[in-house]
Design a protein around this ligand. Sequence first.
Ligand code: FAD
Length: 753
Amino acid sequence: MCCESKRRFLLLYATQKGQAKAIAEEIWQQAGAHGLEADMHCISEMDKYNLETEKDPVVIVISTTGTGDPPDTARKFVKKIQDKTLPPDHFAHLQYGLLGLGDSEYMFFCNGGRTVDRRLQELGAQHFYDTGLADDCVGLELVVDPWIDGLWLALKEALHLQKEKEGMNSAVDAVSSSLSPTLHTVHELNLSSEIQNLKLEDGGARGSDILSQKLDDINLVAPARDTEPSLVHSVPPVSQSALNIPALPPEYIEVQFQDAQDEVSHNSCPLLVSHLATAAMGTFCQAQLKLVCFEVHQVEVWISPNRDSLPFKEGLNPHLPSLISEGTTFEVPVTKAVQLTREDAIKTALLLELDIADTAFEYQPGDAFCVICPNNGSEVEELLHILGLSEKGDNLVCVKVKQGTKKKGASRPQHIPERSTLKFILNWCLEIRAIPKKAFLRALVECTSDASEKRRLQELCSRQGASDYTRFIRDSNVCLLDLLHAFPSCKPSLSLLIEHLPKLQARSYSVSSSNLYQPGRLCFVFNVVEFPASPSRPVSRKGVCTGWLAELVAPLLHPSKSTLDTKGESSSTEKITIFPRPNNAFHLPADPSVPFIMVGPGTGISPFIGFLQHRQKLREQHPDWKFGETWLFFGCRHQDRDYLFKDELRCFLENGTLTYLKVCFSRDSSTAEVAPPKYVQDVLRLCAKEVARVLLKDRGYFYVCGDKKHMADDVSDAVVDILSMEMEADKLEAMKILAMLREAKRYLQDVWS
Ligand code: FAD
């Protein structure tokens, strides 16, 4: 690498959950190796940079949150650039490259990045590098890695041009011809947002095609495999020299544990000096290896048995709510639990009732709220055992930023208290079920002593192992424990887990009640998520939150004599911690005379029970008001096993709260000559005329709730077909109408996976 003085570029990130920041940090770290220097800031730190006068190239990494919004940290920035008085050449001096992060399972994929990109273009800024849009649904790395690879060449060219512009003749570094960017080019369509979000031809899926193509191009030969490949497969250990890696001096970072005698023992773990990003397998030797140094540990962890210095005693840590939510939290008793499905139903749906009477918690029907849940207790015990820390679970842990860390802006992760216990961190703070990212696998390589296990881990996090990573890690939903079972010689340190495992997120649930109908009560409904055993997961598991809730309320569902009160009703002292989820347009129309359609198969019916309860109460209280018609489309597998709220719906129909109820059963066999509709979208199509009338003529509302993966798209496809048929318009026109309905907040979705 040429030692010419480093050239600067401005690196801005806008992050919601930390991914954009982590990627910016990776760019920052790699810049040095390319003779470049990144001046990195969070986009919100507007006093630290000035785009109005910026001459150097700008790199922006920005995620998307909510329904296509830029992250909270970018709000001020977006507001500023959206100022309508800015002239079209406001940023004519600016050259930039933008990497957007998103999830194509959500509406308005990468809209945070797209919004900023579009506006910068409108203000005259120039791309020095094509925009990348990375999709968390298929793996951010499919776009992020090649985008970063290509960035260096583009940056150097941009800096070169800039130098020329400045009248300086010295050339920038000779550029390595091996850097050939594989880009995920954005083709923006000049259509409404609805249409822009149709899958673009050059979309995420193609990212992986490009990647596989790239692998084919360099003619790599995969090592021989068993006919049935698995997470771990045996490959001959390959020495460093065989991989053409120059020998590097061993460097060590110390992680300090304070043992029972208060002596400090040194449990050293080698610094990961070789980032085997481009090749790892023995037969992949010809591919050129890149060596990028990065520091593994930013944090130091101390474990001490001295519990006197704990900031809290037993029970729920008072820090917990503030760690998990920025708002106010409420600890509320669970007063009722009802199993809504029969024992032989494929999924178990439970309804829980919470007593919020003594709290200031407020909600409207249609709102969602969050439940703070811990990890599964036996998984935490197992993890402690594997880490060799079983005896230290209750010891005090102090987490600090490592002194002298070179990582810019290194800080203790905000979701880890400075002082707590080991069990607290593993129970309440870290998402131990998270699918390990490649960077985590890379770090685990260095904690693995067995050569073939090490090798396999290297493969899984290498570029060439991308399809294996997708197949065996991402698609198999492998978590840390599964990995540690598959790679028994891998012994990561606690600080490594703290650095790599994301924050344990609170889970959201839609309210299934009305405060008008049941004052002081809040109900919600959920399916207990089940993950069966598989080749990569020897034991079956339940969802983190739903599994925990099901266990917590088991005494209410199956009351024993000891839990029955004097009236023979079951009582519980169990409490859960909840907080409101800011939102939300998913509410009843303000004008009760406006008709509305509700589509909620399975547990998607939940908020509509709240709507109907509310509507029933309003009808009782205001007999003189005019109420619009109400439609509910519900679907489940079997009429007699999982038809949720069957009796309640019959009552709503009988008392006129619900005008039309349309139900379908996807797995019941039928002897009818014409097969009955299976899914809600099929029933919608049968009611095409009425649906179109409610939406177009009566200016009604349309609500969809439930599974985002399939149902929500199928329903919106059906609505497009209905509009197109009833209006005798082409599909594009119908899509525009639907986009308009969405924008007017008359087509509303509350969907989840
Ligand atoms: P988790 O452990 O988080 O697992 C959930 C998902 O992670 C799985 O679906 C799967 O995709 C993946 N996963 C994790 N581990 C594995 C594995 N080993 N194998 C396979 N897949 C795996 N849910 C309801 O039931 N009712 C509601 O009313 C409701 N309302 C919601 C409202 C909103 C606004 C949102 C965002 C979500 C809502 N959800 C609702 C979903 C809910 O928040 C949870 O995601 C759901 O209950 C599962 O949580 P969990 O912790 O039990 O499962």
